[in-house]
Design a protein around this ligand. Structure first.
Ligand SMILES: C[S@@+](CC[C@H](N)C(=O)[O-])C[C@H]1O[C@@H](n2cnc3c(N)ncnc32)[C@H](O)[C@@H]1O
Ligand code: SF4
Length: 493
């Protein structure tokens, strides 16, 4: 492969620098996509070593300034999606064998003041009726996709939201059966996970989840303190959470607990006490998010001065990580801590390894081999409910999608971004996947120079401890100029 690497220095021979030809099949977009360049690319004609210096300098100044671009968990971010003029589903999914399934349930009992996820609150008395219609539509959508992805090997199943446990068990059963009917029986070791809010998990419901094939439950706890929960419009008590966890354990379900730090009114000491509580409960996986302040949410309307600064959240990250490591957890991504490799979030790991995902339901994103797409995305509840209403009537063939086409250059950037986040970048595997020499030498070199990435063997480059803390910033070196432009031009509605 003609390449050597040392700490602080990479030397890659025979670099393949032209990778911008468009090779996608499938949809067309209404926005022409010119060749992508790095977001942080210095002016044309700059030498590679100068580029590396400029990039490293920029990374250092972003970290020093407490800059946080938001979570990076896919590439590109959905803010870069734009309306797709047409989609040829057969071409979009051609050749796909391994497949993750994601089902989105865009309903909640009430809207939390921090949340901009694709969901809206449905009054309790309307829930059954609305969800019956929704399940009918999801089942039709599953049938629609069946002919485009015949006999796949299903590698994971995830229900996210919203709050999927607003579905009654018979409604969940209908979706589970339709998935089996369309895509075959899932192997024993395929993780079937459902996101749940703790206030709708009775012992009977938990037993039903087990019976329906789920083996992992991800629960939004956010905090064990009543005043934190009240502040963000969540209605359950810490006592409920303890009971739920006991019942999940008795039913043999693995679990993830979500927490947030930096909520209004939270102090450092209350955050640390939350960690003590969660560590004592000892779930297989803990996901602890720094609060993301989102436009058009309740918290997004609060004065900036009443919220924790990004710099303070970075400082807390170090304490959070240390506390959870003392409790026996390993930090796997910037937000995820696991007891062992097998207690992870399987669907995300498979996506990062390149397995496509079929998204079902309104608001679900599909990651096909060369296009990422979904139905239009909105934040405001009134607009979300309008999109859900259209979904209920949809024949799917003529649905208007929004998305992003990935040509060869963007596919490389996606591969590098996701590999960087988990588990690390392997030059050898990059060259095997793309059949070309590694061509992001300045970017990788800059990450090393800024102390964010290191390599023991010259092939595998992993985030350092500091790199993990700043992984969302680090990932930015692989973002193309095109994605940056689209991302910046996006205005949430
Ligand atoms: C779909 S919800 C989990 C299931 C359920 N809807 C619930 O809230 O209990 C996904 C998770 O994203 C996290 N989350 C959502 N918005 C966030 C924000 N603005 N900042 C940080 N974390 C956020 C929360 O921890 C939440 O549990
Ligand atoms: S955090 Fe969960 S329960 Fe709250 S609004 Fe968002 S999706 Fe719904």
């Amino acid at each position: 492969m003609g390449r050597t690497a040392a700490k602080g220095g990479i030397n890659v021979a025979n670099r393949h620098l032209d990778s911008t030809a468009s090779g996608h099949r499938g949809p067309e977009t209404s926005t022409a996509q010119p060749p992508a360049k790095s977001v942080m690319a210095p002016p044309e004609g700059t030498s590679e070593s100068d580029r590396r210096t400029v990039l490293a300098e920029r990374l250092r100044s972003q970290m020093a300034g407490g800059y946080w671009p938001g979570y990076v968990h896919s590439y590109p971010h959905k803010r870069a999606y734009r309306p797709l003029v047409s989609m040829d589903m057969r071409a979009t999914w051609a050749g796909v064998t391994d497949l993750n399934l994601y089902v989105h349930v865009p309903f909640c009992e009430r809207k939390c003041s921090f949340c901009n996820l694709f969901s809206y609150p449905v009054p309790t008395h309307e829930m059954r009726h609305v969800l019956d219609a929704y399940v009918d539509a999801v089942v039709r959508q599953i049938e629609y996709y069946r002919e485009y992805i015949p006999a796949p090997r299903v590698t994971s199943l995830f229900y996210g939201g919203g709050t999927p446990n607003v579905l009654a068990s018979d409604q969940l059963a209908r979706i589970q059966e339709a998935l089996t009917e369309a895509f075959g029986t899932r192997e024993e070791d395929v993780e079937e996970c459902i996101e749940c809010s703790p206030d709708r998990l009775s012992p009977e419901y938990i037993r039903e989840l087990r019976r329906l094939g789920f083996d992992r439950v991800s629960i939004g706890v956010q905090s064990f303190f009543q005043e934190d929960l009240d502040h963000v419009n969540r209605h359950y008590s810490a006592k409920d959470v303890y009971e739920v966890i006991q019942n999940l354990r008795s039913a043999g379900l693995r679990m993830n607990l979500d927490l947030i730090y930096g909520l209004p009114g939270q102090s450092e000491s209350s955050i640390m006490r939350n960690l003590d509580q969660v560590a004592e409960l000892g779930p297989e996986c803990i996901t602890i998010y720094p609060l993301a302040v989102r436009e058009l949410t309740g918290i997004g309307r609060l004065p900036q001065s009443s919220l924790m600064s990004t710099r303070d959240k970075y400082a807390l990250y170090d304490r959070v990580r240390m506390r959870l490591e003392e409790a026996g957890y390993t930090c796997q991504t910037v937000v995820r801590y696991v007891k062992s490799d097998s207690s992870t979030y399987q669907q995300q790991r498979l996506e990062y390894a390149g397995v496509p995902t079929l998204g079902l339901g309104a608001g679900a994103r599909s990651y096909a081999p060369s296009v990422h797409y979904c139905l239009p995305y909105r934040v405001q509840s009134g607009l979300v409910s309008g999109i859900v209403r259209d979904f209920l009537k949809s024949d799917f063939g003529s649905a208007q999608h929004t998305g992003f086409l990935l040509g060869p250059d963007e596919l490389r950037r996606k591969h590098l971004t996701l590999s960087l986040l988990d588990p690390g970048i392997s030059i050898g595997s990059y060259e095997r996947v793309f059949g070309a020499s590694f061509d992001f030498v300045a970017e990788l070199g800059a990450l090393m120079d800024a102390g964010l990435v290191e390599s023991q063997d010259g092939d595998f480059y992993a985030l350092t401890r500091m790199g993990r803390k700043y992984s969302d910033v680090a990932a930015g070196v692989f973002q193309s100029e095109r994605v940056t432009e689209l991302y910046s031009a996006y205005r949430p509605e």
